[in-house]
Design a protein around this ligand. Structure first.
Ligand SMILES: Cc1cc2nc3c(=O)[nH]c(=O)nc-3n(C[C@H](O)[C@H](O)[C@H](O)COP(=O)(O)O)c2cc1C
Length: 216
């Protein structure tokens, strides 16, 4: 396996659907294809409440999706979160959520999404979306979901260690400010360097950043 394959992002779509080859499954297949076209390794797994979800740890991103039936998010996905070990294996995972349902987006956001989100308070939820059952006829909606997920994932995982390096001088300067402020300053400087394309965080760059951010 070459290094580009090793770095491929791995996503799993965990879903539920009551109907065989129903709308949720069709949406997932289209979503999986769009993710794969953008270089993501994708698998899908239909939820069973009491299945073993330890395989989730092999994935960088978990997309959870289900239809709504009689005001409830479909039962196997909720069951896996409530009674199975899914929640345990989702810890610290980046997740994206979607529901397929007949209700309006605003209603579904209030009534249905919280049924999933209550189990995910410790997760970084990258994107959440309500799809109408006929979303495949408006494929840009699915495209924008996939793009949003990838954008948010990249934003959340961008390693600052891989971006600008601190020079010895600037590291020493960082030590001179109160320790409770150091982490905030470090993040601000690294974000500035990243946005402005600096490969090194020098004292000069820190001065520029301070001037531009209106610091003293
Ligand atoms: C019996 C039945 C009950 C439904 N109940 C709801 C509901 O309470 N709220 C809602 O927004 N949509 C409801 N829907 C719409 C489904 O969520 C929607 O059609 C969904 O895309 C079905 O997904 P599936 O084909 O993958 O099972 C219901 C659909 C059916 C057939």
């Amino acid at each position: 396996m070459d290094s580009s394959q090793e770095k491929k992002m791995k996503a799993v779509i965990l879903y539920d659907s009551r109907t065989k080859s129903g709308s949720t499954e069709a949406i997932i297949d289209a979503m999986g294809q769009k993710l794969a076209e953008r270089g993501v390794y994708v698998e899908k797994a239909k939820c069973k409440a009491l299945a073993d979800y330890s395989f989730v740890c092999d994935f960088d991103l978990v997309i959870l999706g289900a239809p709504v039936y009689y005001f409830l998010v479909s039962s196997q996905l909720l069951g896996a979160l409530n009674y199975g070990n899914l929640k345990e294996h989702l810890q610290k995972k980046k997740v994206a959520l979607f529901l397929t349902c007949g209700s309006s987006e605003s209603m579904a956001s209030v009534l249905y999404l919280p049924q999933l989100k209550i189990h995910l308070i410790r997760n970084k939820i990258l994107v959440e979306k309500i799809f109408p059952p006929n979303v495949l006829s408006e494929s840009f909606v699915l495209d924008s979901f996939v793009l949003d997920v990838l954008h948010e994932y990249n934003k959340a995982t961008k390693s600052r260690a891989l971006s600008a390096k601190w020079t010895d001088e600037s590291k020493e300067w960082l030590q001179t400010i109160p320790s409770f402020l150091q982490s905030k300053f470090r993040t601000m400087a690294e974000e500035y360097a990243e946005n402005m394309g600096y490969k090194e965080i020098t004292l000069e760059m820190l001065e520029l950043a301070r001037d531009e951010m209106g610091g003293t």
